[in-house]
Write a protein that binds this ligand. Structure first.
Ligand code: ADP
Ligand code: MG
Length: 406
């Protein structure tokens, strides 16, 4: 709503000429810009891509009702999702001006993290800079991105003592997971359309609100919905399905903060901007314990289809996963992302058990679960490549009241 109060001319750096161009290109409102991608804006309104990105960022930050509780209440601290602390862009690297930034982007180096993991020879070639400059640049980016930042074994051990587990309440599945979904980690659910990814996500959005003695974490939920598949009715059914006296579905809905992402850039910004909401929830005594992105890859896949710019997509996904992980780490929360794989392996991506987003998602997610349908409504839940648990399978059913044992 607040976005409507703003005119295009209120956007920092937008004067009457740019505003005119924006309107001609169909961007009449701040809201429309918030939902655009930098490349669209750049092409349609003839402004630089970096400017376009800044503009989108500002507009998203003004679009305050992006994140709302699905019960439609506006008093749950979700109205305000201001900007996070400033994220470093490649222009912030010492010695990088617009010309080099442009070359870097053309060469597929879009982020600080991307440069931090580059080799000096590829970077020097891409940006047409000397190799020693490239080395300095990489060093600086590594320091900023905190890549290769070491913690002592004791610190890691102490952090791990705080890990909590969220139960699905399907005994066979919880046992396979060594007690449940772990905090301080991202779990990726992948499988075909209809395999049960969103059902698990809904169930966990309910269970996480339960007290610990009932398998929950007494926490709230941040839910980025990219495919419009969040269903409050399903939450209601699942709350009833718990058969807990006095459990009020409306209260469960109030603790789920849902935002619809329109584009992959928008999706990334929503996660970047959740810090304030997370702080607010912590103050209210219902800290965020579950961060959902359903689907993680859908928008990325459609936007980058056939563009031949896989490197760009992967760097963005990598950054996005990194942002989700930081939230999980900071709030001792669970990251839960979904990834749809195609049914016909011959036509699409080879091995159907290899999720889209490839290794980038696979390497950043701590746990990966492959879901598939089996006979008689049974669903198979397969744990793949866990760092500390044996691989294995469990089965479950999806019923009106939620996930159930077979
Ligand atoms: N109310 C319900 N009762 C029983 N089964 C349901 C209900 N809602 C959804 N399902 C089951 O869940 C399936 C959809 O699973 P979903 O998690 O949305 O798939 P995806 O993996 O594509 O996210 C449906 O095909 C149906 O079998
Ligand atoms: Mg789904």
């Amino acid at each position: 709503m607040a976005a409507e109060a703003y005119q295009l001319e209120d956007i920092p750096g937008v004067g009457p000429t740019t505003a005119e161009k924006l309107r001609e290109a169909g961007y009449e409102t701040v809201e429309k810009i918030a939902q655009s991608t930098a490349s669209e804006l750049y092409e349609l309104a003839e402004i630089g891509e970096a400017t376009a990105r800044k503009m989108i960022k500002w507009c998203v930050s003004q679009t305050t009702d992006d994140t709302e509780t699905d019960a439609g209440s506006s008093d749950a601290g979700a109205d305000n999702v201001p900007m996070n602390a400033k994220r470093l862009e490649i222009e912030d690297i010492p010695g990088v001006g617009p010309a080099i930034a442009e070359k870097l982007r053309d060469g597929g180096f879009l982020t600080i993290e991307g440069i931090a993991t580059a080799t000096s020879s590829t970077l020097s070639e891409a940006a047409e800079i000397g190799e020693s400059t490239a080395k300095k640049m990489i060093k600086w980016c590594r320091e900023q991105a905190d890549i290769g930042g070491f913690k002592t074994g004791t610190e890691v051990f102490e952090a791990r003592l705080l890990i909590k587990k969220l139960r699905t309440l399907v005994p066979e599945v919880d046992e396979l997971l060594g007690g449940g979904f772990e905090t301080q980690a991202i779990t990726e659910l992948y499988g075909e359309f209809g395999s049960g990814k969103s059902q698990i996500v809904h169930q966990l959005a309910v269970n996480v609100q339960l007290p610990e003695e009932l398998g929950g974490l007494n926490g709230s939920v941040i839910y980025v919905d990219t495919e419009n598949t969040f269903r409050p009715e399903r939450i209601e059914q699942m709350v009833k399905g718990l058969e807990i006296e006095d459990a009020d579905p409306q209260e469960f809905l109030r603790n789920i903060h849902v935002a619809r992402a329109q584009t992959s850039d928008h999706q990334m910004l929503l996660i970047e901007n959740t810090h304030e909401l997370a702080e607010e929830l912590k103050k209210q005594g219902k800290p965020v314990k579950l961060i959902i992105v359903d689907s993680l890859t859908g928008l990325f896949r459609s936007e980058y289809a056939g563009r031949g710019t896989l490197a760009e997509r992967q760097q963005k996904l990598n950054r996005h996963m990194h942002d989700i992980f930081k939230l999980c780490d900071e709030y001792n929360a669970i990251g839960l992302v979904t990834n749809q794989v195609m049914s016909n392996p011959a036509v699409f991506f080879g091995d159907p058990t290899k999720p889209i987003g490839g290794n980038i998602v696979g390497h950043t997610a701590t746990f990966r679960i492959y879901l598939r349908k089996s006979k008689g409504g049974k669903r198979i839940f397969r744990l793949v490549d866990s760092p500390n648990l044996p691989d294995g399978e469990a089965t479950f059913l999806v019923e009106e009241g939620g996930l159930r044992a077979c």
